[in-house]
Structure formats: structure tokens, C-alpha cells
Design a protein around this ligand. Structure first.
Ligand code: CO
Length: 211
């Protein structure tokens, strides 16, 4: 059997197991999408949002990309954000990075990953440049990489707060709260590193005054 066929077989087992335990499970879920959380995480296969937070289908709306970046020309991410904030009315948006992130490592060296990936990773290099003095004061390469992972999450939360989508929801509905987390591949634990509440100050330059 090919590995791809195993996925489909295991899916049948999983679905049968769910129905055996709770006959109305899928019928109920199919009518219900009211997640309180939007998760913006890394595409890394080792960081599955539901599994590491102990949540079930229906509880978290998920967007993932390499190194959990919020880029203001990314129509995919902005559509997810718009839908989650204004239609699902989520109360929390979580940016979750992870230690040992390949995207962060790649942005810290000088290898040419060819265009598209270079373009994507450049956003992480910009985070490094913004925090260069702090990062270069850290002698241990692993500790420096870990700190960049945390700063990247912080920067992406700030990017969320720069969107009119978030600023409008903050002004009229005092939600959602923004959270920056980093997941540890080695211990399975999530470390909160940054947070912004709806009353958080935003740099004047990025603040809309006619929302
Ligand atoms: Co990653």
C-alpha cells in the first residue's frame, strides 16, 4: 500500500470511530462553525493547532504559512482575517510561532533560496534588522535564533494591529485580543510572549482616524 492510500484508509477508521462514540457528531458539526479563535501558525507539520491546544474540530479557525507571517499584500491571509473577525466574530487572534522553525533559520543565513522563497524570507530578515542590536548582543547562535522567533511573533502581532480590519473591530466591538505565542518542539509547551488588547496604543503612523 502506498502511504497516500493509508491516509484515506485511516480517514475511514477515524470517521467510523467518531460515529461509534457519538452518532450525531458529524451531523452536529456540519451545522456549526462558531470558533472563538483565529490561529495564524507555521505550516510546519509538527505544529498542528488543534492537537497542541487540545481543541476539537469547530473550535479554531486556522491559517498557516511559512514562519507565521502577516504580510499586508497577502490576500489569502487578509481574507482569512476579514472572515474570522467580521463574520465568525472571533474573540482572539493567535500568532503562534515555534522554536526550531526552518523559516527563521533560513532567514538567518545568506543562502539563495531562489525567488519567491527569498521574497517571503526577506520579511523575517526585516524583523532581524529592526532588532539587530538586541539580537547581536546574544552570543549563543541557538539563543539568538530563539529570540528572533519570539520577536518575529511580536512583529506579526503588531502587523495585525496595523490593519484596518483589526482597528475597526477594536473601535466598535472591543475585540479581538491579539496573542503572540511560541511553541516548543522539544517540550510541547506554548510560551506566551506578546499580547495586545483592543485598547493598546498603535504607532500614530499606522493608526486610522476615520474608521
Ligand atoms: Co516553522
Amino acid at each position: 500500500m502506498y502511504p497516500i492510500d493509508k491516509l484515506l484508509l485511516d480517514n475511514k477508521d477515524w470517521a467510523a470511530g467518531k460515529v461509534a462514540a457519538d452518532p450525531g457528531y458529524f451531523e452536529r458539526l456540519s451545522h456549526l462553525q462558531t470558533p472563538e479563535f483565529l490561529w495564524i501558525g507555521c505550516s510546519d507539520s509538527r505544529v498542528p493547532a488543534n492537537e497542541i491546544t487540545g481543541t476539537q474540530p469547530g473550535e479554531i479557525f486556522v491559517h498557516r504559512n511559512i514562519a507565521n507571517l502577516v504580510i499586508h499584500t497577502d490576500v489569502n491571509l487578509l481574507s482569512v482575517l476579514e472572515f474570522a473577525v467580521n463574520h465568525l466574530r472571533v474573540k482572539h487572534v493567535i500568532i503562534c510561532g515555534h522554536y526550531g522553525c526552518g523559516g527563521i533559520k533560513a532567514a538567518m543565513n545568506n543562502h539563495d533560496y531562489k525567488q519567491v522563497l527569498n521574497m517571503w524570507l526577506r520579511n523575517i530578515k526585516d524583523v532581524y534588522r529592526l532588532h539587530r542590536p538586541e539580537l547581536e548582543a546574544i552570543a549563543d547562535p541557538q539563543a539568538r535564533e530563539d529570540r528572533l522567533t519570539e520577536l518575529n511573533v511580536q512583529e506579526q502581532v503588531l502587523h495585525l494591529a496595523k490593519t484596518s480590519i483589526i482597528q475597526r473591530a477594536w473601535k466598535y466591538e472591543q475585540r479581538p485580543r491579539l496573542h503572540g505565542w511560541v511553541y516548543g518542539l522539544k517540550d510541547g509547551l506554548i510560551k506566551p510572549v506578546f499580547e495586545m488588547n483592543p485598547d493598546a496604543p498603535i504607532d500614530d503612523l499606522y493608526s486610522y482616524d476615520d474608521l
